[in-house]
Design a protein around this ligand. Structure first.
Ligand SMILES: *Cc1c(COP(=O)(O)O)cnc(C)c1O
Length: 465
């Protein structure tokens, strides 16, 4: 299995190389050259399997010879052993044809654990074999950073530095990053906002000397291996509702488009998905694009669903690549236009292609809060604000196609965003028992200025060699 860049100017890589590299050197994103298909019989045979066995069958063809069969099974077993629910991704019924896929039973209570725990185990196995060391640096507005720290803490060949905007993440998110005591993980509080953190990360990747010196690697949502791990729960949930004999649709609370793009890959593999519905908060560049064909930056306005607060959506480039029949030169052109002019118009053919798979909907702050209130009152479900955006949009789309089950992805546990949930319901959601002492654990934070040289200095001095 070979991986190519969406912009066509970076080397073709194996799964292992694409996973360890993250971002392609031409600025593009790696995608599989061809998507392996599963037959209807193979999909039907997934029914009743454990999550781990199902994950093995879905992901195996993408991995090529990077891992031996038994090695890959071991990776999957270890990745999900830390989850607090035997089903890993249980389904809950909301309505006759609307279901909630709970993706928040991992160690940091958000769906990012599904991919990050896999990545941690895969990196460890690949690096132990080659004897190489790498330094993972990430920028986070909250959920990604804690998921990365939780996945890599204590691993031998990896040091992890996560930059987050000082004073601008929730207390639960901060504590999840700052309380692990393992010496290979570091939370860097950057004196700036999330855009500053992302800009410094980008600068660091463009500093090729530094990049090679420390063996810089990224595990942000553009890493192909993360997308792959997220494909699995589309299969597990669809099969439990009758696929492949029955079509299902999904609604996905969306920011950087990694999660919903995994649904598209599942569909490409042969899973009978009718609609993939993009749910956005007030940062609605994707919804506007689907409606009008214009993909235009408008800045970010902070919301109560902060993990979806994006100006541009990085993985959307992959969707555009497919919508342009994999024309990498066209994608490179659009991305230049985005960087130079702050936006572009999607061609008629490409927007038609996008609309053949994706729908979209949006929820503003008032609606999101009202959905949290309503779902507790009417359905007895306490939702995190991201999930509430999804359920709002999912309800509307489910009503349009009453014979197709709608599955909305519950992307975080309500206790991860207790202030927004309490404001809407007067209920303060408790942390699950296994992390009830989070507020008592001691924190370890390195405060850094918003300055590339200073941040690189901290990383050079602190990483283990
Ligand atoms: C990251 C995140 C999202 C957005 O996922 P993308 O893959 O970036 O679209 C939604 N909800 C929560 C809770 C998240 O942490």
């Amino acid at each position: 299995m070979r991986y190519v860049s969406t912009r066509g100017q970076a080397p073709v890589l194996s799964f292992e190389e694409a996973m360890l590299t993250g971002l392609a050197r031409d600025g593009g994103l790696y995608v599989p050259e061809t998507v392996p298909a599963m037959t209807a019989d193979e999909i039907a045979a997934l029914a009743g399997l454990s999550y781990e066995e199902l994950a093995y069958r879905v992901m195996r063809p993408f991995v090529g010879d990077t891992f031996a069969d038994e090695e890959f099974r071991g990776i999957i077993e270890r990745a999900y052993a830390t989850f607090g629910h035997d089903a890993r991704a249980p389904l809950v019924q909301l309505d006759a044809n609307h279901f909630l896929l709970e993706l928040f039973h991992g160690p940091t209570l958000a769906f990012k654990d599904f991919a990050m725990q896999m990545i941690g185990q895969m990196f460890q196995t690949a690096l132990a074999r080659s004897g190489k060391r790498i330094t993972i640096v990430g920028a986070t507005s909250g959920d990604t950073g804690s998921a990365a720290i939780e996945a890599f803490k204590g691993l031998d060949n990896v040091d992890v530095f996560i930059m987050y905007p000082h004073g601008r993440v929730s207390e639960v998110q901060r504590r999840q990053m700052t309380t692990p005591s393992e010496s290979n993980v570091h939370a860097l509080a950057v004196e700036g906002d999330f855009d500053d953190c992302q800009a410094r990360l980008k600068d660091m990747f463009n500093d090729f000397d530094f990049r090679d010196e420390v063996g810089l690697a990224a595990v942000n949502s553009i890493n192909w291996a993360r997308v792959l791990a997220q494909v699995v729960y589309y299969f597990s949930s669809a099969v439990s509702l009758g696929a492949p004999a029955r079509q299902v649709s999904f609604t996905v609370p969306t920011g950087n488009f990694g999660d919903i793009f995994a649904g598209f890959i599942a569909k490409e593999m042969g899973l009978p998905i009718d609609r993939l519905v993009i749910a956005t908060n007030q940062n609605d560049i994707l919804h506007r694009c689907l409606e009008s064909g214009e993909y235009t930056k408008r800045g970010v306005s902070p919301s109560i669903s902060p993990s979806m607060d994006i100006e541009v959506s990085s993985n959307f480039e992959r969707a555009l690549f497919w919508a342009h029949d994999k024309d990498d030169a066209a994608i490179a052109g659009l991305m230049r236009e985005l960087a130079g002019e702050g936006g572009f118009r999607v061609s008629e053919n490409a927007i038609t292609a996008l609309r053949s798979h994706y729908d979209s909907g949006t929820a503003n702050e008032v609606t999101t809060s009202a959905e949290i209130t309503r779902n507790l009152a009417d359905r007895g479900e306490l939702l995190c604000p991201h999930t509430a955006v999804g359920v709002h949009v999912g309800d509307a789309h489910a009503a349009r196609a009453p014979s197709t089950p709608m599955i909305t992805l519950a992307t975080a546990h309500p206790a991860k965003f207790p202030d927004a949930v309490e404001a809407a319901t007067a209920v303060r959601p408790p942390l699950p028992k296994r992390m009830a002492d989070l507020y008592e654990r001691s924190e370890r934070i390195t405060r850094v200025p918003n300055d590339l040289a200073r941040i690189e200095g901290v990383i050079r001095e602190t990483r283990r060699t």
